[in-house]
Structure formats: structure tokens, C-alpha cells
Design a protein around this ligand. Structure first.
Ligand code: NOJ
Length: 538
């Protein structure tokens, strides 16, 4: 058990569910809420504390739920509000917290607000979105680019103005400078908090405001062919604008008005110094601004140690850290690092100081699945093909068992193809295998729960003098109990020396018998990570 003074979201572990691909209950090839309900016991057995569910609100699915047409409903493909209420109740009965995805930056172009807004220049909701006259040549008002390719402006032929969209044209940006928009969007938070959700993961928060003067973004001298076309410019005027901070604080005030500790997580891909601003003055912002920096750091002991040091040092007083190694937008660990290092990565994620988020399927070591051209779903891949930007490969259905449909669906074809390896790489097979990735995650989560040093303790980097080894200590300030984590990020063996008598292995990522005292030194096998118990006072 973690220390008494820690909130659930500090000592706990978050598990991200991408609902379209988690569990289908009605045979339409798309996952749904009743499906999630049937898998809650799996998540309890895994040992996580909270589920974050990617968007389930009504949506034309231009961006698979990140284009919301009704902020206070459930899309029929996922079920009903009653299904949602049942899921929250069932999760709470099992001690699981429920975090919803909240998409404040943009709605769907089919949202009634946008339909009204675009109806005429004088419509009362015109100003709910960001409209602008064409440039003198009739083109877009400035050089802003859509994250998903092409200009960030689309012309509405009827009213003769362009609307702004950081993402797809089907995802018009809401105008948060309009107080009515702000009130309506804060009311959305209350709607779900009233239904008992424990928090939100707030989508694309760094995009919430753009420069009021609509100044051009400067060109990016580092852009090269092969990179996302959106990176041709530096987003100086379209990202991380000062006004966002007060909007985040307003969201936080709404959450804090509810009993229990409700959590706000912010999705912002920003440099560490800028990310820290999202904790807000006096920690009045997000409790957890997502820290994605491990995703872009080379898999090298020195680079990761330096990142952790920089991040820890930058945290404002009292701010709680967090770590992410995968999500529905990023390549899977086993594909990025290979299956052996993916196990080391699992140990890293579960033993760093701060709240970890596990993306569904990582716990069984799923890999990126090649998608045949005819099966591509992701609008990004469709608009900017061939650069490897598409996210379908990391969104394929969860592999539950070896039978038809992988236990995910009874449909002949799920919405995205199953990985070819599903008959061998699946939950059922790994439950029977004491050394599987799933067994490793369970062991790590069990250890984390049993050791306050891991779930809530202090962190200190350790120099062990072995190349490729990332080492650090975690200790419980209350009891002085100290653990050392040593991760071999290389493919050769490494020696760890200098252990005081009494040090012993608690867990090896190889999950074979390695317990017992260490006699002065120990050999780490290639791609092996260990959690060690150090003798008191060491
Ligand atoms: C970030 C989400 O994670 C991603 O999946 C989505 O496409 C964009 N925001 C737009 O909402």
C-alpha cells in the first residue's frame, strides 16, 4: 500500500483502453462498452488501478471518436448511456477508477454547434468557431498547417469564410475566447462528473488557443522530406499560447468542486520546460500533464538517465511526475525496441517515480501490425500516405485467445485486421506461461503495489559503472526501505559490483528463479532488468 498521503492517481497505474479495439460484444467488428465490462476482471487481475477510455461520444468517426458530435452522449457503436453507467458502477465495485477522454479543442463538423455556426455569418453561434476572411488572393488567411496534412483552413463556400482546424476539416476548432463556448464545454465536464467519472484525459490541450492576430508561423529550418508536412512550420502561433493556462485552471476548478479526488491529465507534446507550465501556478492546472519524453529519447542508458534527471529537476514543488511509453498514436514498444527490450521497458515504466500509463496490448507485447492499403482507416495515413504516420498499426484488436476473431469479435472481419501472430501471442496463452510478458506485467504490478518505495517513494540515480546499464534507487522515506533497479539496455552481459552483504534480487524481467542473496557482484544477462532489495543503511 502506498503512503496515506498519496492520492489514487499518484500511487496507481493507469491503463488506456482504445474502445474500438478492446472487446466487441455484439459482433459488429468494433469494440464497445459492454465488451469492456466483460474484461474488467482481467484488468483487476492485471493489477491496474484506473482505466482511461478513448472517446466514446457520438461521432461520425472521421478521427475515430476524436471528432465529437455530441459531448453528452454515447455513440451507438459503443452502446448507450445506460451501458456507460453500468460500466462505471461495475468498475467502481472492483475498485477501478474511470477516466474519460475529453476533446475540448475541436468538435465534429456535424456537431449542431458547428452546423449553426456555419449556417450564416450572423448566426449567434458564428463566433463559437474560428472563422476568417480569405487572404487577398482568395486563399487561406495565413500559413497555418493541419496536423493531418494540408492547410489548417477550409473555405465554406456558402458564407465565403475559412474555418480553422488544427486537425481534419471535419474537426473545426472551438473558439475558447468566447465565454459561451467555455461555459458549454465546462458544463460537459460536469455532465460526466455527475455520472461518476473519476477524471479526464484532456485531448490536444496545447492547441486550445491560437494567436489572436493570426500571424504566420515561421518556417522550420530543420524540416526535411519524409517528415510530417505539418512540421514545415514552427507552431509558434498555433500552440501553447498563454491563454490556455486560465482555461486549464477553469477545468480544474470544475473537477475540484466534486467530492473525491478527480483527476485531470493533459495531453501536450511539449518540451519539458513548457510542459511544466501545465501544472499551473500553485499546482492549479493538470495534476498530470502527460510526459511523453521517453517516447522520443534514444533507448540508451545515458540518454534515459539524463532525461529522468532533467524531468525530475524541472518539476515544480509538489508536482507529481508521470511516464508514458505508448498510446494509440505511437508505435508499439515491441516494434520500437524489439521484444527483449520491451520487457526491460516494462520494468522501467513500472519502477520510475510517478504515475505510469499502460496502453492496451502492451502487456502482452503486441507489435505494430502492417495494414494492407485497402484496409487503411486512419485519416492521417489517407491524407499523407507512405510516411509511416498512420496509427492503424497500433490500434488493431486486442489479442485475447487463439480462436477465430482472437476472442475480440465474432464478426468475420474486425474493423482493423488482427495481427498475424494472434494465435500464438494472446492473453490466454500468456496466462498459462509463467515467463510471458503478461506474467511480467503482473509481477511488476504486484511488486509495485506491495512496495511503497516503488509506488510513492523517492528516486535517485545511481552510477554503476557498467555500460548500457540504467540504474536508480527508489526508497520509502517513512521506513527507509531501499530498492535498486538495474536495467541492461544492451545485448551483452554486464557486471554489477559493490553490493553490501544482504542485497538480494526481488524480481528479474526474465522471470526465472534468481532470488537469494548477492555475493558482492552480480551478472546481468543481456536485456535483463532486476529489482533488488538493498540492506538497510546501504
Ligand atoms: C490526440 C489524440 O490522441 C489523437 O488520436 C487525435 O487524432 C488528435 N488528438 C486529435 O483529437
Amino acid at each position: 500500500m502506498a503512503g496515506k498521503n498519496f492520492a489514487w492517481w499518484q500511487s496507481g497505474v493507469i491503463y488506456q483502453i482504445y474502445p474500438r479495439s478492446f472487446q466487441d460484444s455484439n459482433g459488429d467488428g468494433v469494440g464497445d462498452l459492454p465488451g469492456i465490462l466483460t474484461r474488467l476482471d482481467y484488468l483487476v487481475a492485471l493489477g491496474v488501478d484506473a482505466i482511461w477510455i478513448s472517446p466514446v461520444m457520438p461521432s461520425p468517426m472521421a478521427d475515430f471518436g476524436y471528432d465529437v458530435a455530441d459531448y453528452t452522449g454515447i455513440d451507438p457503436v459503443f452502446g448507450t448511456l445506460a451501458d456507460f453507467d453500468r460500466l462505471v458502477a461495475a468498475a467502481h465495485e472492483r475498485g477501478l477508477y474511470v477516466i474519460l477522454d475529453y476533446v475540448p479543442n475541436h468538435s465534429s463538423d456535424r456537431h449542431p454547434w458547428f452546423l449553426e455556426s456555419r449556417a450564416s455569418r450572423s448566426n449567434p453561434k458564428r463566433d463559437w468557431y474560428i472563422w476568417c476572411d480569405p487572404a487577398p488572393d482568395g486563399g487561406p488567411p495565413n500559413n497555418w498547417l493541419s496536423e493531418f496534412g494540408g492547410p489548417a483552413w477550409t473555405l465554406d463556400a456558402v458564407t465565403g469564410q475559412y474555418w480553422y482546424h488544427a486537425y481534419l476539416p471535419e474537426q473545426p476548432d472551438l473558439n475558447w475566447r468566447n465565454p459561451q463556448v467555455r461555459d458549454a464545454m465546462l458544463a460537459v465536464l460536469r455532465f460526466w462528473l455527475d455520472r461518476g467519472v473519476d477524471g479526464f484525459r484532456v485531448d490536444a490541450i496545447h492547441h486550445l488557443f491560437e494567436d489572436g492576430r493570426l500571424r504566420d508561423n515561421p518556417p522550420n529550418p530543420d524540416w526535411k522530406p519524409g517528415m510530417s508536412p505539418a512540421r514545415r512550420v514552427i507552431r509558434a502561433h498555433t500552440m501553447d499560447q498563454p491563454e490556455v493556462q486560465e482555461a486549464v485552471a477553469a477545468m480544474r476548478r470544475v473537477a475540484d468542486a466534486y467530492p473525491g479526488k478527480r483527476l485531470l491529465i493533459g495531453e501536450a507534446y511539449l518540451p519539458i520546460d513548457r510542459l511544466m507550465a501545465y501544472y499551473g501556478p500553485g499546482l492549479s492546472g493538470f495534476q498530470l500533464p502527460f510526459n511523453f519524453h521517453l517516447l522520443s529519447t534514444p533507448w540508451e542508458a545515458g540518454a534515459i538517465a539524463a532525461l529522468v534527471a532533467r524531468y525530475e529537476a524541472a518539476l515544480p514543488p509538489g508536482a507529481w511526475p508521470n511516464w508514458v511509453l505508448g498510446n494509440h498514436d505511437r508505435s508499439r514498444l515491441a516494434s520500437r525496441l524489439g521484444p527483449a527490450q520491451a520487457r526491460v521497458a516494462a520494468m522501467l515504466l513500472m519502477t520510475l517515480r510517478g504515475t505510469p500509463t499502460i496502453y492496451q496490448g502492451e502487456e502482452i507485447g503486441m507489435t505494430d501490425v502492417p495494414i494492407p492499403p485497402g484496409r487503411v482507416q486512419d485519416p492521417w495515413e489517407r491524407r499523407v500516405p507512405g510516411l509511416g504516420l498512420g496509427r492503424d498499426p497500433v490500434r488493431t484488436p486486442m489479442q485475447w485467445e487463439a480462436g477465430a476473431g482472437a476472442g475480440f469479435t465474432t464478426a468475420a472481419e474486425p474493423w482493423l485486421p488482427l495481427a498475424e501472430d494472434w494465435t500464438s501471442l494472446n492473453v490466454a496463452a500468456q496466462e498459462r506461461d509463467a515467463s510471458s510478458m503478461l506474467s511480467l506485467y503482473r509481477a511488476l504490478l504486484t511488486l509495485r503495489r506491495a512496495e511503497p518505495a516503488l509506488s510513492a517513494g523517492a528516486y535517485g540515480s545511481v552510477v554503476v559503472g557498467a555500460p548500457d546499464v540504467l540504474a536508480y534507487d527508489r526508497w520509502d522515506e517513512a521506513t527507509g526501505r531501499r530498492l535498486r533497479i538495474a536495467l541492461n539496455l544492451g545485448d551483452g552481459p554486464q557486471m554489477l559490483a559493490g553490493f553490501a552483504p544482504g542485497a538480494r534480487v526481488l524480481l528479474s524481467s526474465h522471470l526465472d528463479e534468481r532470488s537469494g542473496p548477492i555475493q558482492g557482484a552480480m551478472r546481468l544477462r543481456p536485456a535483463e532488468g532486476v529489482v533488488l532489495e538493498l540492506p538497510a543503511g546501504a
